[in-house]
Ligand binder design. Sequence first.
Ligand code: TRP
Length: 338
Amino acid sequence: MAQISKRILTGHRPTGPRHIGHLVGTLKTWVELQADHDCFFLIADLHVLTTDYQHPANIRSNILEVLADWLAAGIDPQRSTIVLQSAVPEHSRLALLFAMLVSESRLERVPTYKDQIQQLNLQPSLGLLTYPVLQAADILVYKASLVPVGEDQLPHIELTREVARRFNQLYGEVFPEPEALLSSMPRLPGTDNRTMHASYGNTILLRDTPAETTRKVMSMYTDPTRIHANDPGHVEGNPVFVYLDQFDPQTEQVEDLKSRYRAGKVGDVEVKQRLARVLNDHLAPLRERRAKFASQPELLMDILQKGSRHAREIARQTLAEVQEAMGLSLANEFDLPP
Ligand code: TRP
């Protein structure tokens, strides 16, 4: 245990309450990483504005929803630092300095940028183009060396590495070249078997009540080729069984259910009833913790403020070092309010 613990930074955009896809895809891994890493978890509210700047009213409540979900899942503010991006201005300031080191054409080639423009059907702003530069600043402002992310984020980590390399080449060794830590979990499908996403209305939220969860499970997509309960059914690619594999601790009973399903000896309703029970059992302790946090907004504010304050101390040091290296050291000697 004498190992030096590596610093981790990762985060979510506060786009709304978290769902079970976030729970198995990212939150469970983050919770485990806390045991032997110096973890920074970022609520990236500035990044929300890159696409959603027309809906500022939702951001504040979404931040608190995400935080309550994180805490309920086991993110521990005693062990880890939870940061609100907009509370630490060094993120934006470092992003501006990094923007000097990245060409416009390089950013236009980032695949997430092209995807977003197509999907959202919007005039891309300069903010959207520079999204990955801000993300590089998020990571490097704490000199994090590991970034747990999903595959979709790899192009941003690659850009972060390029920025770190370029900076070090030009100005001397300041930054580590951070590595992505890819989630080994396959993505959980949505209840309609498409990608799980709030905009599709196919999520099960951590904050849903047991009754809502049951209702969503009972209307899940299963096997479209199966008309009657005694038709042989398909288990592979059937989201009800994907969820059972993920959440049901009684693996033998699940295997038995699968063989009866394949043989047309069990109806969808029975399988779904089991899944609803299993999911609600699994989520019960988490929901209890969540309700406690959600009822104490002052506690949530306090956790976010303390985390951001600690983060800011580190971010300030990095920024001073960067300004020094980039020739902006004069202002470091001023005695101005922070
Ligand atoms: N872009 C990430 C996402 O959409 C969120 C994010 C912002 C992030 N800054 C980060 C993730 C820094 C990892 C590290 O999921």
